[in-house]
Design a protein around this ligand. Structure first.
Ligand code: GUN
Length: 288
C-alpha cells in the first residue's frame, strides 16, 4: 500500500482563508483588526525564522502584528513589564513569547508564560487554558495539536471510537493532543520513554501521532496497515536536511495516510496561531 500524503500546505491554506474571513467579519462588526504581539528574546537563529514566518502570515491575512525584540541579557522584570504592557494594550488580542528563552531566563520560563493574560494566551500554555481544555471547556488550545485535529477532521479521517496512540508526553503537543482526541471520542494512549513494548502499543493505533523529537524513530514495523500517521517531529540531521520522527519512506508503504516532513504539520502551526489570534479577538470583543 502507498499511503495518502496529507499535505500541510493545502490544509494550512484553508485554515488561513477561514481565519482571514473571520478577521474581516470582526472588522465589519466592531471596527477592530485582530492583533498579535510576538516577543523574541535573544538571537536564536531558528526562532528568528519562526518569528518572521508568523509576522508574514499576519501580513498575508490582514492581522495587525508587532514583533518585540529584546536583548539576550534582558531581565525577568523587564520582560514581565513588557508582558503587562501588552496585557493592557487594546490593539493586541494575542501575545506569544517565543521559546526557547535565553539560558539566563530558562528557570523563569513558567513565571513569564503565566504572566500572559489567559484571554490573550494564543499559545494555549497558560494553566487556565490547560485546565479548560482538560475540562472540555472552550479554551485557547496549543497550535500544533489543534492543527493536527482540524486536519484529521477536514481529511475525513474517522476519530470517534478509533484507537489513537501518541508517542511523546510534552505539554505543548502530546498532552493537549490526547485531550483533543479524547474529546472527539477516540480511545487514547500516551506512550513515552519509559513505555514497555512500545511497538506492540503503536501497532494498535488507527491514528498514530509521533512527537518525540528523534529522527525516524517510528519504523514500518511499529505501524498497523492502513493507519493514519501524523509526524510532529522536526529534526535537523544536516545543515539543510530536515526529517520527522517517522521513517517516511518505509512507513508510507504500510500506512493509509501520512504527513510528510517538511511540508506537513509544521505549516499548520502558524495557520492555527492565526486562528487563535482571531478567536481571542472574537472573545475579547464579545465581552465588551
Ligand atoms: N518555539 C517553537 N515552537 C513554539 C511554539 O509553538 N510557541 C512558542 N511560544 N515558542 C515556540
Amino acid at each position: 500500500m502507498t499511503a495518502r500524503v496529507l499535505s500541510g500546505k493545502e490544509f494550512a491554506a484553508k485554515f488561513k482563508e477561514d481565519a482571514a474571513k473571520r478577521a474581516r467579519a470582526l472588522e465589519a462588526k466592531y471596527g477592530v483588526t485582530p492583533g498579535l504581539a510576538v516577543i523574541i528574546v535573544g538571537e536564536d537563529p531558528a526562532s528568528q525564522v519562526y518569528v518572521r514566518n508568523k509576522d508574514r502570515a499576519c501580513a498575508e491575512l490582514g492581522i495587525y502584528s508587532e514583533v518585540i525584540r529584546m536583548a539576550a541579557d534582558t531581565t525577568k522584570d523587564a520582560l514581565l513589564a513588557k508582558i503587562d504592557e501588552l496585557n493592557y494594550d487594546k490593539r493586541i488580542h494575542g501575545i506569544l513569547v517565543q521559546l526557547p528563552l535565553p539560558e539566563g531566563l530558562h528557570a523563569e520560563e513558567k513565571a513569564i508564560l503565566d504572566r500572559i493574560d489567559p484571554a490573550k494566551d494564543v499559545d494555549g500554555f497558560h494553566p487556565v487554558n490547560v485546565g479548560k481544555l482538560s475540562l472540555g471547556e472552550p479554551a485557547l488550545v496549543p497550535c500544533t495539536p489543534s492543527g493536527c485535529l482540524k486536519m484529521l477532521e477536514l481529511a475525513g479521517i474517522p476519530i470517534d471510537g478509533q484507537r489513537a496512540v501518541i508517542v511523546g508526553r510534552s505539554n505543548i503537543v502530546g498532552k493537549p493532543m490526547a485531550q483533543l482526541l479524547l474529546a472527539k471520542n477516540a480511545t487514547v494512549t500516551i506512550c513515552h520513554s519509559h513505555t514497555k513494548h512500545l511497538a506492540e502499543v503503536t501497532r494498535e493505533a488507527d491514528i498514530l501521532v509521533a512527537a518525540v523529537g528523534k529522527p525516524k524513530f517510528i519504523t514500518a514495523d511499529m505501524v498497523k496497515s492502513g493507519a493514519t500517521v501524523i509526524d510532529v517531529g522536526i529534526n535537523r540531521i544536516a545543515p539543510k536536511k530536515l526529517v520527522g520522527d517517522v521513517d517516511f519512506e518505509a512507513v508510507s508503504e504500510v500506512a493509509g495516510a501520512i504527513t510528510p516532513v517538511p511540508g506537513g504539520v509544521g505549516l499548520l502551526t502558524v495557520a492555527m496561531l492565526m486562528e487563535n489570534v482571531v478567536t481571542a479577538a472574537e472573545l475579547q470583543l464579545a465581552e465588551k
